[in-house]
Ligand binder design. Sequence first.
Ligand code: NAP
Ligand code: GLV
Length: 307
Amino acid sequence: MLYVYAPDQGDLYASLLRAALPEWSVAAWPAPVDPAAVTHVAAWAPPPGFFAPFGQLRTVFNLGAGVDALLTRDDLPASVDIVRLTDAGMAAQMTEYCLYGVLHWQREMDAYRRQQAEGVWLQRQTRLRADVRVGILGLGELGGRVARDLVGMGYRVGGWSRRRRELDGVVCRHGDDGLNETLASSDVVFCVLPATAATRHLLDAARLACLPEGAALINAGRGSLIDEAALLARLDDGGLRFAMLDVFSEEPLPAGHPFWRHPRVIMTPHVAADTVAEEAVRQIAARLGGGDGGAAPAGRIDRQRGY
Ligand code: NAP
Ligand code: GLV
């Protein structure tokens, strides 16, 4: 049996999965099920202890890209496979999110907002795309697509990943030096890395200091990637023009956190890229041998690697 945990979309997922996998028994939380019959779960952020009753559980389909929250749970034995979504409609949304921030920097919308508030009519020199350097941290399913899309639009794109990568038109780097070089040669940095032990506080005070004066930082990966106190300090001293943040070390961001009212922070509540249910179901069905017969995508998580 395949059990779904997607509180706002349980009915939608259940009906799409039943259509794609007619031979499977499918139910969605909170429908009661025999826990011993559940061999597969498709879920996003289920509550603590959710998996504990499912003694026959073999595979969890994460209804998102990042699996950090699944890997730190104590109710998922190591024998259970974790499979994540790859793109699933999220990559195009990531390009939109990144582009919004890049345009904010390129077309100086922050400065024009201030000028408007002060009643100032001042035309600033327009910058062309070919003169804007965008550095993308994470060149996987999402960052790779963003990099390609921005190259196609005419931006100067650099990228950084764990392993050596090659993407047409992108200056790809890896390793510590590669990160520092990517940061130092970017007007806008777009971060779309997974949260792992290796990426925790990757952007600390020293790394943030590598960014050129007046650069901008966009984070759509996870909050843990950035030392938020160091980021606040860099925003306060004016070294960074602005930060556009979708993810935070604590979500929802606590009331009273300085980011809420910071003049150099643009915030969104973890919405940079949403899973598209139809695409998620297509990937799950392909893995379970049903659906349109398309090849099963990659997405099995390597627990040691953490993504
Ligand atoms: P992915 O395909 O696994 O790509 C991850 C990329 O990060 C790869 O290029 C990988 O390098 C790189 N990377 C991982 N650890 C690294 C390290 N220690 N040093 C350097 N590079 C490292 O993941 P994805 O599907 O693109 O998703 C990325 C993340 O986006 C998710 O994990 C999630 O946290 C976040 N996300 C956020 C939202 C949102 O709405 N805000 C939505 C979806 C996803 P290699 O290429 O060498 O493996
Ligand atoms: C959302 O943050 C995801 O990882 O899919």
